[in-house]
Structure formats: C-alpha cells, structure tokens
Design a binder for this molecule. Structure first.
Ligand SMILES: Nc1ncnc2c1ncn2[C@@H]1O[C@H](COP(=O)(O)OP(=O)(O)OP(=O)(O)O)[C@@H](O)[C@H]1O
Ligand SMILES: [Mg+2]
Length: 315
C-alpha cells in the first residue's frame, strides 16, 4: 500500500497543517507532550501525526512505548481499561519517563464510556499520555476535551495534494501527466489518503497516468462534462439534457446523489447563470438529493431536477 509506504515518519515531513506541525515540532524538541486530541476529516494526517510525534519523541523503537487501540473495536470500555492497566505497568523505554496511548476513532465511544475514559486518563496521567483521534470533536465530551491540547486538522489544499502526488509518483517510478495530478488534487477534496490511493489504482492500469483515467477510476465527472449539462439545459432543453445526464452517469459510474453533488460543486463556476439563480438551483438540487437519500426513485428525481433547471434557464 502506497499510503503506508509514503506516510511521513517525522513531524516535520507532514504536509500542510502548518500550525499543527509547528506546535507538535516543539513537543518533539522538548521530548514530552500533554494529552492530545486530533480531530478532522479522513486522510488529513491525524494517525500520521500521532505516529510521527511518538517516533520523534521515543526514537526508532517507539512502538514498544506506544499502545494503539481503536475505540470502535474495543466496544467494552472494560477492555480498554484492562489494556491500559497492563501497558502502564511495564517500564517506559530508557530515556523517557512516560508512554503513549493512541486511541483512534474516539468519537465511537458512548458518552458513558467517555466518562469512564476520563477517569482512566487521570489515573494514569503520570505515566501515560493519551492521543485521541476523531472525525468530529463535537462528539467528544467537554471533560475530555478540557484535559487535552486540541488540534483541528483541515482538508489539505489542492497545491499540497498536487505536490505530494508528484513526489509519490516520482519515487514509485510512475509517469503522470501534470493535468492528471491536478485532477487527483481536485477529486480528492483534501483527503491525501484518497489521492494517493487514486494514483496507485490508476498506475496499476497503465504505465502512463492520464487525466481521463483519474476521472474514470474515481467516480468523478470532469468539470467540462458537468458544464455541458448546464449548457444543454440552457440551449437544448429537457430531452437533450436528460440524455446528457444519463451519459455522464454511465460513463463515470455515478450514483444519483454523486451526480447531484458534483453538479452542485461545478455550478459555482458556470458563468452564464447569475447568482440569484444559482441559489434557486441549489435548492432544487438539495431537494433531489434529500429525496434520493430518503428512498425516492433515482431516475425520477434526476429527471424532475433537470426539468426544473431547464425551466429556470428558459427552456
Ligand atoms: N498531512 C499529511 N501529510 C502527508 N501525508 C499525509 C497527510 N495526511 C494524510 N497523508 C497520507 O494519507 C495516509 C492516511 O493518513 P492518516 O492515516 O494520517 O489519516 P487520518 O487523518 O488518520 O484519517 P482517518 O480519520 O481516516 O483515520 C497516510 O498514510 C499518508 O500517506
Ligand atoms: Mg486515522
């Protein structure tokens, strides 16, 4: 797996997340850190940061000093307690006086379990530092948040994803066209795991990675195709637009809700639709999306959406 092979080993090699890297870097220099909480969307560097920081602080044998747990696997808090207890009993690596416990997906714990975790954190605070990772910090009780230094990870900027893709391609000896790397940066929406995986999938299909391959393998329609749909609504009316829409769906393998969301993202960039109308179209799209999620028939909802957009655009 390229995502594992290219996971930065040291805090300073983490891409983006500048303020986080700076603060973690100073923990690494001082050789110690408080309880930490990393929150943010998938593939933005939370697990990477936990491993890199503990490696920077404990050295190459950091894994001996690190207990990794996944909260969604440890359904009973009792099993977390037992593991922490056993782990805390053994002596830390030479040169340090504490150990680290990385608890992934902490937001999967119920609030009762979090209440118990909070006591465990206190009980072992002298010898163990906790690093919690979650997607939504709002799902972590205040009492835990107030015991941690909280770091909010953001989706990576397109330029950072682009940079990383070129770097990985180079080291894996993959030939990639520059517009293909741009396409990866756009479709991955700031998720570097998704970006590197897309590169690996595409490179397994051909020796040169092209822009078209990226769109076809990531279930994403390229911007120009989405723009054609809006053009068609304006110029050719319902019948033609409906065919265009089905074509896009089939070619890129899009579920109805994917299509609506991608059209919505592109709507922003359509020059001939004025702002006020964009708001109305957004509402129409939101309704179609909601109805499909609630179980409304996909074809019917997409047709209704297309019909309403055609009417709005004067067709
Ligand atoms: N900021 C980053 N800098 C460099 N590589 C990154 C970064 N974020 C993610 N990656 C790459 O993506 C992979 C997955 O990242 P990571 O495991 O840190 O994600 P995560 O934030 O923990 O996501 P999840 O919420 O799904 O657990 C890493 O192995 C690495 O290759
Ligand atoms: Mg993770």
């Amino acid at each position: 797996m390229w995502v594992e092979r290219h996971r930065p080993k040291s805090v300073i090699d983490i891409k983006g997340q500048e303020t986080i890297v700076e603060r973690l870097g100073s923990y690494a220099n001082s050789g110690t850190f408080p309880h930490l909480m990393f929150s943010g969307p998938p593939g933005t560097g939370k697990t990477t940061a936990a491993l890199a920081l503990t490696r920077d602080v404990f050295g190459e044998n950091f894994r001996n000093n690190l207990l990794e747990m996944n909260a969604s696997d440890e359904r009973k808090l009792e099993s977390i307690r037992t593991k922490v207890k056993q782990f805390a009993r053994t002596v830390p690596l030479p040169g340090t006086n504490f150990k680290a416990i990385f608890l992934d997906e902490a937001d999967a714990l119920t609030s009762d379990a979090q209440g118990a975790l909070r006591r465990i954190m206190e009980q072992y605070a002298d010898t163990c530092r906790f690093i919690l990772s979650c997607n939504y910090s709002s799902k972590i009780i205040e009492a835990i948040q107030s015991r941690c230094a909280v770091f909010r990870f953001r989706p990576l900027e397109e330029s950072k994803v682009y940079e990383m893709i070129l770097q990985v391609a180079k080291s894996e000896d993959v030939e990639i066209e520059s517009d293909a790397a741009m396409a990866i940066a756009q479709v991955s929406l700031g998720d570097l795991r998704k970006a590197i995986t897309s590169l690996q999938v595409a490179s397994s299909l051909s020796s040169v990675v092209t822009r078209d391959m990226i769109y076809e393998t990531t279930a994403t329609a390229p911007p120009e195709e989405l723009r054609h749909f809006f053009d068609s609504c304006k110029e050719h009316g319902f019948k033609h637009s409906r065919i265009k829409m089905r074509e896009i769906q089939d070619k890129y393998g899009l579920a109805g809700t994917d299509l609506v969301n991608q059209l919505h993202r592109e709507l922003e960039n359509i020059p001939f639709i004025e702002d006020k109308m964009k708001l109305e179209i957004t509402e129409i799209m939101a309704e179609a999306d909601f109805r499909m999620v609630e179980g409304g028939g996909e074809n019917l909802q997409l047709d209704a959406m297309t019909a309403r957009i055609c009417i709005l655009l004067g067709n």
